[in-house]
Design a protein around this ligand. Structure first.
Ligand SMILES: Cc1ncc(COP(=O)(O)O)c(C=O)c1O
Length: 392
């Protein structure tokens, strides 16, 4: 199985058939598990053996199939699936930190990730330093003897910043800290984050892994030691386990993720080329486009630029709203990674809670639009975008 290519792993890895030989992965929609004897129950609580389950909050065979498929794709030692992406982000950080520890985070984060880092962790007595994630010197300068975790999103939401993952990992490791990366925007296909040196990688499976807007989910991947001895003891008691039904949907999503994401990334490239230089666009961002500030880094650590394109319209919020309202195929939604193209105005939705000053400094201006590119025909998408731009 080790020599399988990614597309084969996406379809087959982790599958375990029951005695009925079902073709599609079995959905074990159960909370608990029955024991033949009291001795068997006792031994399950002692042994923690693979394929021996106790309770849905600790593990489930369908959820394990999803975890094992992700382990195979990511090249991780182990994984634990969670109810949402935010349960994965918060659980991965909370389980590693205690009062008096220090965390360094990139400033370019999704609104809820920023709330966890900048509000909850601080409230719990964890020191936090926010840095420009693209500047290795800032990571280096921020390191302290009590730094336990460095955290970043690369590609970031919604400004599509690209951080030097190998560079930050080296700085973190030299100071005895771990690097945790939220890899949602890069997808499991376009960036091999653990191979670049990260210790823990996180996904909101809600996005490209489901990819068809149905279920929430998340997953945390890392070493067996981290998952078994650090993540699980914290998370099995705090409780954000993935539902078996959602895991089953995610398994089905993984079967087609490469077809969808490759098509989405190709569409994104075509859209960037069609919109570049448009009179109503002041700035367009796509990591593997030569105009991107971290273009060289992006092409060195990613195989494709992802499925999201961001741009700024001249004319601020009024222009952004009239553009969004004029779209016919592309739907207004704060979601992303879907087969359907979705457009968002981050200032009034996903990044609404960020202080206006910090938001402006991050480049999330009133005219800023995030476009999650879907699998529709690129020509139709381009016509939709150009026609909406004319109405700005
Ligand atoms: C970068 C990033 N991380 C985490 C999340 C949270 O995922 P979920 O909505 O599944 O909790 C999101 C959601 O948009 C995201 O964009």
């Amino acid at each position: 199985m080790k020599n399988w290519k990614t597309r084969t792993k996406l379809v087959h890895s982790g599958t375990k058939r029951s005695q009925f030989g079902e073709l599609s992965e079995a959905l074990f929609l159960t909370q608990g598990f029955a024991y033949d004897t009291a001795e068997q129950a006792e031994s399950r609580f002692i042994n923690n053996s693979p394929d021996e389950y106790i309770y849905g909050r600790y593990g489930n065979p369908t959820v394990r199939m999803f975890e094992e498929r992700m382990i195979a794709i990511e090249g991780a030692e182990d994984a634990f699936a969670t109810a949402t992406g935010m349960a994965a982000v918060s659980g991965a950080l909370f389980c590693m930190l205690k009062q008096g520890d220090h965390l360094i985070s990139s400033k370019a984060l999704f609104g809820s990730c920023m709330f966890v880092v900048d509000n909850i962790l601080r409230r719990w007595g964890i020191e936090v330093t926010l840095v420009e994630g693209t500047d290795l010197n800032q990571w280096r300068d921020a390191m302290q003897p009590n730094t336990k975790v460095c955290f970043l999103e690369s590609i970031s939401n919604p400004t599509l910043e690209v951080c030097d993952i190998a560079g930050v990992a080296k700085i973190a490791h030299e100071g005895g800290a771990k690097l945790v990366v939220d890899n949602v925007f890069a997808t499991p296909l376009f960036q091999q984050t653990l191979k670049l040196g990260a210790d823990v990688v996180i996904y909101s499976a809600t996005k490209h892994i489901d990819g068809q807007g149905r279920c929430l989910g998340g997953i945390v991947l890392g070493t067996e030691e981290y998952i078994q001895d650090v993540f699980i003891p914290f998370n099995k008691h705090t409780g954000p386990a993935m539902s078996p039904f959602n895991a089953w949907v995610m398994l089905k999503g993984l079967e087609t993720i490469s077809l969808r994401c490759e098509a989405q990334a190709e569409n994104a490239e075509k859209i960037v080329n069609a919109l570049k230089g448009h009179k109503n666009i002041t700035r367009i961002l796509y990591p593997t486009d030569v105009s991107h500030p971290q273009y060289e880094l992006a092409i060195s650590q990613m195989t494709k630029g992802g499925t999201v394109v961001s741009f700024e319209l001249s004319g601020g919020k009024k222009a952004a709203f009239s553009f969004l309202n004029a779209l016919e195929i592309i739907t207004i939604s704060n979601n992303l990674g879907d087969a359907k193209s979705l457009a968002t105005h981050p200032v009034t939705t996903t990044h609404k809670n960020m202080a206006a000053e910090a938001r402006e400094a991050a480049g999330i201006t009133d005219g800023f639009v995030r476009l999650s590119v879907g699998i529709e025909d690129p020509e139709d998408l381009i016509v939709d975008l150009l026609e909406a731009l004319e109405k700005v």
